[in-house]
Design a protein around this ligand. Structure first.
Ligand SMILES: Cc1cc2nc3c(=O)[nH]c(=O)nc-3n(C[C@H](O)[C@H](O)[C@H](O)COP(=O)(O)O)c2cc1C
Length: 202
């Protein structure tokens, strides 16, 4: 099949876009407002976009609290959502009133970060402490921007030592979850891992 996005003429019950760019990693973002309110919410328009230095990005449909807070205090934390934490991760996407902590709501424990003020999720095996770099309004071909892309540089990294084996991070053992389309998710496991060596010069 072929469809034109401007015409939305796919004829399917739902727009398939998010089922095609999948699975997407989930940035489980902690932020803090200037007044000290803590926010935690998942973003699957999320990825690493540079590694020298380490830079991550997440994109918000409108100016959600995570964007507002990240801009206010110029800091955020990306926690890793795992299979074990999937229900808690989902719970933190609930639209709570501003100032009500999603960590409490989801039964999660805040742990202090080292270099930034927003706490990390103690139950999560990985947390990236980030300094906000910029927010980019994603202006489409037609009309005003709806999504806003937040870029942050990673300044500190927490890794649960249980997942460091012989000097390597055992990603699959952490069972990270990733978002697909509709209500679907995927989980990375040791059985689905494979390795390849790049061609010379590649
Ligand atoms: C797995 C998952 C991924 C999500 N990804 C995004 C996303 O990429 N962008 C977005 O705007 N909302 C996304 N959402 C919805 C937000 O998490 C939700 O709107 C949340 O309430 C935003 O909270 P905030 O306004 O406190 O930042 C996602 C929800 C779930 C469960």
């Amino acid at each position: 099949m072929f469809y034109e996005t401007a015409k939305n003429d796919h004829g399917l019950p739902h727009n398939p876009f998010k089922a095609l760019i999948a699975p997407r990693p989930i940035g489980w973002i902690t932020t803090m407002s200037a007044r000290g309110e803590v926010n935690l919410s998942p973003y699957s328009f999320f990825n690493a976009v540079s590694d020298r230095p380490d830079i991550v990005a997440f994109s918000s449909d409108g100016y959600k609290d995570a964007v507002t807070f990240a801009e206010e205090t110029r800091e955020f934390v990306c926690n890793l959502a795992t299979y074990e934490l999937k229900e808690a991760m989902n719970a933190t996407s609930a639209p709570l009133p501003r100032g009500e902590s999603e960590l409490d709501f989801a039964g999660l424990t805040p742990a202090p970060s080292r270099l930034v003020k927003p706490p990390r999720v103690a139950e999560s095996p990985v947390a990236l402490e980030c300094k906000w770099l910029k927010t980019i309004a994603l202006e489409p071909l037609q009309g005003p921007a709806r999504y806003h892309l937040v870029l942050g540089e990673v300044v500190g990294v927490h890794i649960d030592d249980r997942f460091i084996v012989d000097g390597y991070v055992d990603t699959a053992a952490m069972r990270p979850i990733a978002r697909a389309g509709y209500r679907d998710y995927f989980v990375a496991t040791p059985e689905t891992r494979f390795s390849m060596t790049r061609p010379a010069g590649g």
